[in-house]
Design a protein around this ligand. Structure first.
Ligand code: B12
Ligand code: SF4
Ligand code: SF4
Length: 226
């Protein structure tokens, strides 16, 4: 019988971290998720996780999508050890609804950027996979908190983007990508999204410069030319 402590310990050994979980009800436990009773969400284990990836063969073999390939191997091995089925945030469409799952798994809220925000980790929650268990597993209770955005009077995230990519209409991906491809986009390419970085919540959990530059380059590479 798997318990939460065993999942957390196995994840930590692999450079990963469990970021909450939830039970599926009978309605959800069907179709592609038939037989699944519990889902645990998995992220990179902070700076240690980044170092584990950076020292992996995938990070240096020059092939495409190194972090996704590392996640397939490492989350896949963890799932096998624990008798779970691995699910991944990449590889779609269709996409597994990681943000919807995350809202149930932890104290997360939708920020004005569309990214989910955590009272402690700020906008820096991200996912490398999920473990789907057939057995019901008791998940840790979540503290009930309020979205940090509700007491954020100045909302610096909304004024930090040089091309105002965030508005009431949503996230203007084309404006962002055009800017990133221009000389003026260098600060975003070197430091990561300036709007995400402008949020004061959980700033100590922000990606380091190598990780920030890696993610923004991966995001840009995934966009079509133009
Ligand atoms: C496609 C995609 C993109 C696209 C389009 C995003 C968009 N805004 O439309 C592009 C390439 C532009 C993109 C960019 C980025 N993405 Co993206 N992206 C995804 C991906 C692969 C699928 C999203 C999707 O379509 N899901 C399908 C629907 C059915 O799933 P869902 O959980 O129900 O998600 C929806 C709800 O959250 C809903 N929603 C939005 N507002 C509201 C409000 C309410 C009230 C409710 C109930 C729901 C809701 O919108 C979501 C998308 O449809 C997810 C990974 C995944 N599998 O979820 C990552 C993901 C959402 N991205 C992520 C990130 C970090 C980014 C970037 C910062 C770049 C990066 N990778 O570093 C940027 C910034 C985007 C931004 N400001 O929103 C993270 C978000 C983590 C977080 N803290 O929220 C995810 C989860 C990936 C991960 N591995 O962790 N992304
Ligand atoms: S800057 Fe303020 S409004 Fe924006 S995401 Fe952070 S807490 Fe929320
Ligand atoms: S990466 Fe730069 S241009 Fe794109 S949304 Fe973030 S701040 Fe704006």
């Amino acid at each position: 019988m798997t318990d939460w402590a065993a999942i957390a310990a196995g994840a930590e050994r692999a450079g990963l971290a469990v970021q909450g979980g939830f039970a599926l009800d009978a309605e959800e436990s069907r179709g592609d998720l038939a037989g699944v009773a519990t889902i645990a969400l998995i992220g990179l284990g902070g700076e240690n996780g980044w170092v584990a990836f950076a020292n992996s063969p995938e990070a240096t073999d020059g092939e495409a999508d190194p972090l996704d390939r590392w996640s397939l191997r490492v989350v896949g091995a963890l799932a096998e050890d624990l008798g779970a089925r691995p699910l991944y945030p990449f590889g779609g469409p269709p996409h597994w609804p990681f943000q919807r799952w995350a809202l149930r798994a932890e104290d997360l809220f939708i920020s004005p950027l569309g990214l989910l925000i955590h009272p402690v980790y700020g906008l820096w929650r991200g996912y490398r996979g999920a473990l789907a268990f057939a057995e019901p597993i008791a998940v840790p209770p979540r503290p009930i908190t309020q979205s940090p955005c509700e007491r954020c009077a100045t909302r610096p995230c909304l004024s930090a983007c040089p091309v105002d990519a965030f508005s009431a209409q949503g996230y203007d991906v084309a404006a962002c990508v055009t800017h990133l491809r221009s000389e003026a986009g260098r600060p975003c390419m070197e430091r990561g999204c300036l709007a995400r970085r402008a949020c004061p919540v959980g700033a100590e959990h922000a990606h380091g410069s190598a990780q920030a530059a890696f993610h923004i380059a991966a995001f840009l590479n995934g966009q079509r030319p133009g």
